[in-house]
Ligand binder design. Sequence first.
Ligand code: ITT
Length: 190
Amino acid sequence: MQLVFATHNKHKVSEISLLLPSFITLIMPDMIGYTDEIPETGDTLAANALQKSMFIYEKYGYDCFADDTGLEVKCLDGRPGVFSARYAGEGRSAEENIQKILGEMKDAKDRTAVFKTVIALVIKGKPVFFEGNVKGHIALDRMGNGGFGYDPVFVPEGSTRSFAQMTLVEKNTQSHRAMAVKKFVEYLKK
Ligand code: ITT
């Protein structure tokens, strides 16, 4: 089965590839000639995931899926949430997003947070959604150099290490994305 993964994020591709069974062949947007930005202008993770996968489906006719992810921090009233990619401003780096969160949480006692992923799968134009969540907390400072995005400051519940201090395989045993992908794979197996 061939599926386009509507993303330009290579880290997501590496994580997800390790979790997919061999009957699924991933096609990346550039392999079908699409190298521009994939629009995501919704105000929920589900809306953005659907927008990304529908965009490719409608343009090229391929069955497709997309992942939209957000970090919800309790003491920031759920921010950055759906705006996680551009929290420090349009075009800003992951490092700048991290520094903004750490600055806002300088005096925070409650550092709990949830990482959420929604995957939207579009087969023959019909959407299905899969969600994965992981609870954890925001570290006092960045820890580790692995992973991407907010990984250096997110410590999942039950661990003392951030996602950036874990191997891909370890992150995949407990991450928001892995939880959503497992549900997605179960669905495709049926
Ligand atoms: P797409 O092309 O798939 O849209 P993206 O990087 O824009 O890639 P999202 O909108 O889903 O992806 O991500 C929102 C933000 O959350 C962005 O800043 C990511 O770096 C970050 N993020 C997503 N998944 C993450 C993860 O597993 N660990 C840490 N940060 C993550």
